[in-house]
Design a protein around this ligand. Structure first.
Ligand code: ADP
Ligand code: MN
Length: 169
C-alpha cells in the first residue's frame, strides 16, 4: 500500500514522515526523487519548476509513505492531507527565510484548501484523511495516520474552514 503525505509547506510533512520512519515504516521523500525532473531553478524565490507529469509517470510505486507537497498527484492508495491554521503556518515558515511573498502565498493556499481540493480531484473520498497539525504534536499525528492506514480510523476531511484567515488587500 502506498500512502501519500501531502500538505502546504510548513504543515509538518517532513517531521511526521521522520516519526513514521522511526517507527519502522518505509518513507520516500519527494525532495529525493525530483532531481532528474527539475526544469528550472529560481534561487531568489527559493522555488524550482518540476516536470510534474513526467515525475508522476515515472514514479515507481512503493509500499510505504511518500512525503511531499506533490504526493497527492501520485496513484496512492491512501492520501493524508496535513493542515495548519494559516497564522500558525506563517510562524512555522518564518525560520526558513523565505521571501515574504512566498510566506503569504503559502498561508493563502492553506486558507483556500488548495492541496485538499487537488487531492479530491485525484482520489476517492474514502481514501482521504485530513489531519489538523495546528495543535496536535507530530507523534500524535503519526498515531492517527497509522490507525487510518490499519483501517481503525475512518477517512475524513472537510471540517476545516480557514477562509477567515485570508489576508485582504
Ligand atoms: P513541511 O515538511 O510540511 O514543510 P516540517 O515538518 O518541515 O513541514 O515542519 C515545519 C515546522 O513546523 C518545523 O519547525 C516543525 O518543527 C514544526 N512542526 C511540524 N509538525 C508540527 C506539529 N505537529 N506541531 C507543531 N509543530 C510542528
Ligand atoms: Mn518538508
Amino acid at each position: 500500500m502506498m500512502i501519500g503525505i501531502t500538505g502546504t509547506p510548513g504543515t509538518g510533512k517532513t517531521s511526521i514522515a521522520a516519526e513514521l520512519e522511526r517507527r519502522g515504516h518505509t518513507v520516500v521523500r519527494l525532495k529525493d526523487t525530483v532531481r532528474p525532473y527539475i526544469i528550472e531553478e529560481d534561487c531568489d524565490r527559493q522555488t524550482m519548476v518540476v516536470d510534474v507529469d513526467r515525475w508522476v509517470e515515472e514514479f515507481e510505486p512503493i509500499d510505504g509513505f511518500v512525503e511531499g507537497h506533490l504526493a497527492h498527484l501520485l496513484p496512492c492508495d491512501r492520501v493524508v492531507v496535513l493542515r495548519c491554521r494559516p497564522d500558525v503556518l506563517r510562524e512555522r515558515l518564518r525560520p526558513r527565510n523565505y521571501p515574504k511573498e512566498k510566506i503569504a502565498e503559502n498561508a493563502e493556499a492553506e486558507a483556500l484548501d488548495v492541496i485538499l481540493i487537488e487531492t479530491l480531484e485525484n482520489h476517492p473520498d474514502d481514501h482521504i484523511l485530513e489531519v489538523d497539525t495546528t495543535e496536535l504534536p507530530a507523534g500524535e499525528c503519526a498515531d492517527r495516520i497509522e490507525r487510518f492506514v490499519r483501517g481503525e480510523l475512518p477517512p475524513s476531511y472537510g471540517s476545516i474552514d480557514w477562509t477567515g484567515y485570508l489576508e485582504i488587500g
